[in-house]
Structures are given as structure tokens and as C-alpha cells.
Design a protein around this ligand. Sequence first.
Ligand SMILES: [Zn+2]
Ligand SMILES: [Zn+2]
Length: 170
Amino acid sequence: MNPFLVNVADLVGRPGARRRERVEGRLAEPVTVVDSTLRTEVPVVVDTLLEWVSDGLLATGTADGAWDGPCRRCLRPVAGMLHVDFQELFEPVPRDGESYPLGHDRVDLEPLARESLVLDLPLVPLCRDDCRGLCPTCGADLNEGDCQCPPAGGDTRWAALDGLNLSGDD
Ligand SMILES: [Zn+2]
Ligand SMILES: [Zn+2]
């Protein structure tokens, strides 16, 4: 059973009717953007006010979740929490990219939570702000100490490494 499915029969068609709803559950599938992944093993929590407005059900609230992925500079695993605010409309005839479907007096908060959290995924995850990354020449993890290569010119090597596809074969 989908824990994000909420019955809203008591709100539908009643202007001003409102109710607070808190649901918690695991996403059916992980979502990955670049290298950051919205995790499925940590429950997502949706806390929202549901309110009937003229053309649908307005959901205003917050979603909490968790992400993980490799550090962009040194590839160590990094994980963190996500907390986002949202305000979205559920309509009987949803508009693509604009609103979510309201069907059979029920709304599914899972797509709303997933899409809101995905927007908050870090695109450049770092194990720490001053991560020194890998040496571009020998691949040594510079967080564990300097390698024997000649200096590559300070901060520019971070910028170069951040733009590099580290999983490529170049
Ligand atoms: Zn790192
Ligand atoms: Zn090196």
C-alpha cells in the first residue's frame, strides 16, 4: 500500500475546508541526478496543509528526505539530509508540469515529495568544503597528504577537477 496516498473526500468541493496531513514512507525507486541519489532506505516525511481552493486542492508544506553520492573532488561517499518547502495544486484535470492529479477523492503525495526533493539534490556534493580532492596527475587522495607530483597551481586544479568526468575513460 502506498503510504503517500491520502483520502481527501472531506475537502473536495468545499471552499475553505482544510486539514493538516503528515505522511511518512519510502520512495518506490531511487532518483539520481548527476551523481546525487535520493535514497529509498530512509523514509521521506511529508507534512502539509491541504486546502480546497477554487479549482483544486492546494498543498502547502515541507518534505524531508536523504541523499547520498560520491564527493565531486575525492569520490568518497557523502550523505546528507534534504528539507524543502513546497506549494502545489492537485486538480481533477492536471496541467502537465503545473499541477498534480486529483482522482477518486484521493491525492498521491509521493510524486510531489519526490519532485520537490530532487530539486534540492546537491549537484556538486563535497565531503567537506575544503576537500583537497585527487591529484590530477597520479590520482592520490590529497586529503591524506601531499603526493610527489610537482604543484599544479593552487585552486585552479579544483576547478579543473570539478568539471572533469571522473568516470570517463580519458
Ligand atoms: Zn572529498
Ligand atoms: Zn600526484
